[in-house]
Unconditional design. Sequence first.
Length: 304
Amino acid sequence: MKHSWQITLLILGMFLASQLIGLFVIHTYASKNIQLPYGLALPEKESDKYSFYFSELVLGFAIAVLLFIALSKIKLEALLKVWFFFVMVLALGLFLYSLTYKFDKILIGEVPIIATIIALLLTYFKVYHKSFILHNFTELLIYPGIATVFVPILNLYTLIFLLILISAYDMWAVWKSGVMQKMAKYQIKKLNIFSGFFVPYLSKSARKKIKKLKKLPKSKLKNAKVKVNLAILGGGDVVFPIISSGVVLRFWGVGPALLTIFGAFCGLAFLLLFSKKKKFYPAMPFITTGIFVSLLINLILLKP
């Protein structure tokens, strides 16, 4: 196991919480017939949604990845921070609007005032007043907000294709090119922002070293270094399972959607339990496998 039981359970707990929050938000938008704010509402015709918007989704994902790599290569950290800030405000605003839509009647264009103000405050403190707790708390809310945009433009077939595509990319980016590790390190070290869950912790040897250092005089502590480990789970590994359960919710209902979340949870749990220290793994292939197993079980149970 790559991390301790406590850290593994914490990562799994945050993952599960984000999935349940995501399902709640998607269900709220759908059941209350709430239009997405910020001009993100889709056309009324079902036929307009899938073919055109799905191709836009795939193209947009490819462009976003290439743009991030290009900007990081030419070291435009300020521009990337603005990009992250904008996306976080938008995602938090989408989440918060699902809670405040009854009271958020004052709009500027299609911008809900209450949700946007709270989203701006949360994003500001997240970016400029670093806190491990605040970072992970806002991450729990960001990915449900992002998922609300993509769930309406997918059906079960496009979802399966998307999961296969993302899993293949994840394997290439981690095992072949190493671009995923580079992107994560760049975000943490250069941007001081990370899109995903992260839990800093000390190993047993590091804790022992700290105990020894406490006994030394202050003059000898200037050059002392203690390695801090990080347990991380990327944002894509969180948002795509939420999108999956949201699509299943639209077509099959709450029960199958919950089973989809359980499948994704089992896939991630398998990875975390059997992964080895000092090795990098793509999470999406394992999560996707769990989702596909849950879809198969749903098909069997729903079969007339």
